[in-house]
Design a binder for this molecule. Structure first.
Ligand SMILES: *[C@@H]1O[C@H](CO)[C@@H](O)[C@H](O)[C@H]1NC(C)=O
Ligand SMILES: *[C@@H]1O[C@H](CO)[C@@H](O)[C@H](O)[C@H]1NC(C)=O
Length: 167
């Protein structure tokens, strides 16, 4: 979301299954947040909600989960000629409505492990165009105890966004 803003996106809609993460993103400046369910049956209704929140079909979607249902809403909510960047690779195989997306010439763009983005990221941080400090919700010392606690905090989810270590 922060990168999308830095690149001038006039409207950013965040979609997630988790209330804590959604309200965090709303506080951080998302225009709209949408809670979805992990169930495939709800996909059609979710596509409508995403389009309504965006005020029309989506130009560009970053799909950061990589499951049947999330990638399906990504493809279906995106406008003809739009783009879906597949960031999250959750399932090794996904079943997708690819024909309908191809008929609308939706482009699927791949990226693996944020390859070749580091220089740009460092530049955005250096110039202050993006401030990632609010994303750091927890800090631990790099000790055995600290590491144990950090992983527990991270796996609990909830209000933990970025869990970091003091080195
Ligand atoms: C993904 O969709 C396919 C086809 O509907 C289904 O066989 C598969 O179990 C689904 N995977 C998950 C994790 O829901
Ligand atoms: C982390 O280490 C610093 C310096 O040793 C110490 O003052 C602080 O209490 C430690 N924090 C925690 C949460 O253990």
């Amino acid at each position: 979301m922060l990168a999308a803003r830095a690149f001038g996106s006039p409207k950013v809609v965040i979609v997630d299954v988790d209330d804590c993460r959604l309200s965090f993103m709303k506080d951080l400046g998302a225009d709209e947040i949408i809670k979805v369910s992990p169930i495939m049956q709800d996909v059609e209704e979710e596509v409508v909600r995403i389009r309504n929140a965006m005020g029309g079909p989506v130009d560009l979607r970053f799909e950061c989960v990589g499951f049947n249902n999330t990638m399906t809403t990504a493809l279906q909510a995106t406008r003809a000629g739009g783009k879906v960047c597949l960031v999250g690779l959750g399932q090794s195989e996904m079943t997708l409505p690819l024909t309908s997306a191809a008929a609308r010439e939706v482009d699927v763009i791949g990226i693996f492990r944020y390859r070749n983005t580091w220089l740009l990221c460092i530049e955005l941080l250096r110039t202050g165009e993006i401030d990632v400090k609010p994303l750091i919700t927890h800090m631990y010392n790099f000790t055995q105890e600290g590491v144990d606690e950090a992983f527990e905090t991270s796996s609990r989810g909830g209000n933990a966004i970025k869990v970091m270590f003091n080195l």
